[in-house]
Design a protein around this ligand. Structure first.
Ligand code: AMP
Ligand code: ZN
Length: 113
């Protein structure tokens, strides 16, 4: 999608610190980290919000969560991590391309803001 900042990262039109990539998923470092480990996991398909998901996208979200588990192991995050996705205005979503924040490296408070 032309005006989507995350699609531009996928298409290498703007730079990002990519830490993982496969056919369907891209992972890069959050530009304003809120934890020692703070990554953004995105499906390469442009889907603005959860409300735009189709049944056919179910596997794609499964892919994202499998990548989270793989990175959790690779990065030594056995103590735990948080995988969170903000949806629309009240959820605090700023970038309208579904993404998951993977945060770790310190105890994370609950509930968030
Ligand atoms: P959200 O509020 O869940 O939509 O979060 C979007 C996140 O993307 C914010 O935490 C931003 O700091 C982050 N972000 C925006 N642009 C970039 C970028 N070019 N590289 C890395 N992270 C970004
Ligand atoms: Zn996009």
């Amino acid at each position: 999608m032309q005006d989507c900042i995350f699609c531009k990262i996928i298409n290498k039109e703007i730079p990002a610190e990519v830490v993982y990539e496969n056919e369907t998923v891209l992972v890069f470092k959050e530009i304003h980290p809120a934890a020692p480990v703070h990554l953004l996991l995105i499906p390469k398909k442009h889907i603005p919000t959860f409300f735009d998901l189709q049944q056919e996208d179910a596997g794609l979200l499964g892919d994202v969560q499998l990548v989270a588990a793989e990175l959790g192991r690779k990065l030594g995050l056995e103590k735990g991590f948080r995988l969170i996705s903000n949806c629309n205005q009240d959820g605090g979503q700023l970038v309208m391309h579904i993404h998951y924040h993977l945060m770790a490296g310190r105890p994370l408070h609950w509930p968030p803001g």
